[in-house]
Design a protein around this ligand. Structure first.
Ligand SMILES: Cc1cc2nc3c(=O)[nH]c(=O)nc-3n(C[C@H](O)[C@H](O)[C@H](O)COP(=O)(O)O)c2cc1C
Length: 161
């Protein structure tokens, strides 16, 4: 285990890498849910691959493992409340309650998202206390609005603040 001071500095260093905020949703035969994430990126154009890092304890991970699918929902600036819900430990089965969504390729896509992509799980790779999920994009689309941002441990908007 790295010393606590290293972990703190590591968090601060990578916290200065400004990102957007997404909710990774998934649904299987018996469960559905999602988690807020910013450890994600596009990986490959040929084929179209996306990569998401799941904390090993994330309850969304077994749903993704079982269903073999997930969706990346890129959040808009007015969806900060949703980011809070999906970052919480609310029972997984309740996270999507009251959240407007539809199913695309068997996975929940959140209405009002800035952009979305559904993925077929290609590979899970161990990465320390996280698991890297690589998905092959099966469908995607664009919404409207400004992005919700995450920088130095808090939500931001393009307008500043
Ligand atoms: C802005 C933000 C980004 C996050 N990024 C990630 C991430 O990339 N991977 C991850 O496993 N957890 C991430 N988290 C933490 C999860 O959202 C949190 O642990 C959540 O409770 C997991 O939900 P689950 O247990 O229902 O899957 C992030 C939280 C916030 C607020």
């Amino acid at each position: 285990m790295a010393p606590a001071t290293d972990i703190e500095l590591f968090r601060e260093v990578f916290g200065r890498f400004a990102t957007g905020v997404a909710v990774i949703t998934s649904a299987g035969r018996s469960s559905a849910g999602g988690m807020t994430a910013n450890a994600l990126c596009s990986l490959s154009l040929d084929p179209l691959l996306a990569l998401v890092c799941f904390e090993n304890q994330a309850r969304t991970l077994p749903i993704v493992r079982d269903s073999g699918r997930f969706a990346v929902n890129v959040l808009a600036a007015d969806q900060e409340r949703l980011a809070g819900v999906f970052a919480s430990k609310l029972p997984e089965s309740e996270k999507l309650d009251g959240v407007a969504h539809r199913f695309e390729d068997g996975v929940p896509v959140i209405e009002g998202s800035l952009a979305w992509a559904t993925c077929e799980l290609n590979e899970l790779i161990a990465g320390g206390d996280h698991t890297i999920a690589i998905g092959r994009v099966s469908a995607m689309g664009l919404g409207d609005g400004e992005p919700l941002l995450w920088y130095s441990g808090r939500y931001r908007s393009m307008a500043g603040g």
